[in-house]
Structure formats: C-alpha cells, structure tokens
Write a protein that binds this ligand. Structure first.
Ligand SMILES: [Zn+2]
Length: 175
C-alpha cells in the first residue's frame, strides 16, 4: 500500500515520536511493508514513520544506487524499531541530503562518519551494528525524523542549498 508522505509544515514531522511497545511490535508488519513500498515509489533511501503520519520510533534504512545517489551501496531494506545512537565518532563529514517530506530542495549536511547503534528488529530481536559512511548518514537523517528534526535544521549555511534540478545538473557535469 502506498501511503501519502507528510510534508514539511505538518506538525507530525516536528513532534517527538513515541516508542513502539512490545505489545504492538507484532502489529507493525503491515505498516513496515507500506513504508517500504512508499519509499521505493518515491525513490527514497530511507523513510521514517512520521513521514507517513505515524508518530512512532520506527524507520527504514535502504540505500541503493539511484539518480540522486549514484554511488550508494545496495542494501536490503532494514526496519529499525526504537533505534538508539549509542556512540559516535568525533569525525563528521558533509554530504548532500534531500528528504521526501521536503521535495525539490537539497543541502549539505554534516554527519558523524561512524556510529554504533542499537535497534529492535521487526521480529523483536535486539540488534547492534556499527554503521559508516552513507548508511550512517541515512540512519542519522531518519533518527532526526523521530525526534522532530529535519535536515534543514542541520545545514550550516543555507546559502549552499540547491534545487533538485540544479543538483542533478551538477551530478551530470561530473566526469
Ligand atoms: Zn527525510
């Protein structure tokens, strides 16, 4: 099922999302499936529950090469429930981000290059992982969503923002 994607300005994107309880964990499957389908249709590499109007601590991380991210690694979509950022590198790196809830705009966002995370899987298991590079970037972008933040809040200089069309033109100019 394809769900409508909430757009910047809708309060659900600015609220702190609630944890998924153990009781309702089993009922998340249809929502997770719908989020993955909605993300794929919009050609995203991640999506958080508030982006489909649900104020829950749940998101999908799913990098794959695309027009926007030609060098992204390919990873099967992973649903992360009640995710936690345990530790992060001091080092940050700045890279391009966009957001399905903020169509048409892209910006350069600093993120930690390496993070240690924990989350509950859709089968209810506690998982730990160390993420680096682009996957770590997606996690931090989605983690912001469940805390009511969007990438624009982290852009250091708004004068570096570009439109999606300009961004694609620049990508094509690169050898
Ligand atoms: Zn987003």
């Amino acid at each position: 099922m394809i769900l409508p994607i909430t757009q910047l300005g809708q309060p659900v994107l600015r609220g702190k999302a609630s944890p998924v309880s153990k009781k309702t964990l089993r009922q998340m499957r249809p929502l997770i499936q719908a989020m993955i389908q909605t993300m794929h249709k919009a050609r995203g590499v991640g999506i958080a529950a508030p982006q489909v109007g649900k104020s829950l601590r749940l998101f999908i991380v799913a990098p794959q090469p695309s027009v926007r991210y030609p060098h992204a690694p390919r990873m099967k979509p992973v649903a992360m429930i009640n995710p936690r950022l345990i530790k992060h590198s001091r080092a940050m790196n700045t890279g391009w981000e966009g957001c399905l809830s903020i169509p048409g705009i892209r910006g350069q966002v600093p993120r930690y290059t390496k993070i240690h995370i924990q989350f509950t899987s859709e089968t209810g298991d506690l998982r730990s992982a160390v993420l680096t590079g682009f996957v770590a970037r997606i996690f931090q972008h989605e983690f912001d969503h469940i805390n009511g933040r969007v990438f624009l809040d982290r852009v250091r200089n708004t004068r570096t923002l570009v439109t999606e069309r300009e961004y694609r033109t620049r990508l094509q100019r690169k050898p």
